[in-house]
Design a protein around this ligand. Structure first.
Ligand code: OAD
Length: 235
């Protein structure tokens, strides 16, 4: 039984990190296109660095919640049952801090920077700015290692391969409006393995591919998923 889990901002909401599509259409008081697009960065790199510095600093104040922990337990319990892959659209580090290992950050990571001069990426835990030198080439050309609108998400070959082999797929806390992640459920459905699809969301998206919908916050919904899969949360 091969399992692929996709998470979105909703899984970190109960840890105190804002989701993207709040009712006012803003992300932490900014228009998404100003802080999450290459054009926004070209227009005002200092503002964009400042925005992500705040998000990066917030990681010191938040901790993984029951949903992150339950997914790490699910991964441990799944050893010997089949392949397991956790794909997250989130740029926070709460999955890894909860103990998840087979994890791919398809939209990048707050705690990494990318050099636009030499293309190297590396871990970064402090503030960054327009004059931060690249640790590899020295150029003052660093940007957050975040996949912005119009850019290609990371790990797509590996993710598509896993979806092609999946027997179970679960989408947790994602609005399902941003592609390519929004197409993963359809991709799993079409893989010819009779893949069973779950959604966990307190406001279900109504996605037509899901066989089972657990309409609950992730901190309750993920432990419920483990029960349904016959896995103990203390694994
Ligand atoms: P969204 O903000 O679009 O959606 C968050 C989802 O989480 C919604 O469907 C909520 O109903 C749900 N939700 C809220 N509280 C929850 C809880 N306690 N438990 C479970 N679910 C809850 O976030 P994403 O779908 O992750 O991309 O957004 C996808 C991408 O759009 C992001 O990765 C980001 C953004 O622009 C980039 O930055 C490239």
């Amino acid at each position: 039984m091969n399992l692929v889990v996709l998470t979105g901002a909703g899984i970190s909401a109960e840890s105190g990190i804002s989701t993207f599509r709040a009712a006012d259409g803003l992300w932490e008081n900014h228009r998404i296109e100003d802080v999450a697009s290459p054009e926004g960065f070209m227009r005002d790199p200092a503002l964009v660095h400042h925005f992500y510095n705040l998000r990066r600093a917030q990681l010191h104040e938040v901790v993984p919640n029951k949903a992150h922990q339950a997914l790490a337990a699910l991964e441990r319990a799944w050893r010997g049952r089949g392949a397991f892959l956790l794909v997250t659209q989130n740029v926070d580090d709460l999955h890894e801090r909860a103990g998840s290992r087979a994890l791919r950050h398809m939209h990048g990571e707050l705690r990494r920077l990318l050099c636009t001069a030499c293309g190297e990426t590396g871990p970064w835990h402090d503030d960054a700015g327009v004059d931060t030198p690249c640790p590899d080439c020295g150029a003052e050309a660093m940007r957050p290692d975040i996949v912005w609108f119009g850019e290609i998400p990371h790990h797509m070959d590996e993710i598509m391969e896993a979806l092609g082999q999946a027997d179970l797929f679960c989408a947790i806390g994602t609005s399902g409006v941003v592609y390519p992640a929004a197409g993963f459920a359809a991709q799993a459905r079409r893989n010819g393995r009779n893949c069973v699809l779950y959604e966990i969301n307190p406001t279900p998206t109504g996605g037509r591919y899901f066989d089972h919908v657990i309409a609950a916050p992730a901190s309750e919904g993920v432990p419920e998923l483990l029960c349904r899969l016959g896995v103990g949360a203390d694994s």
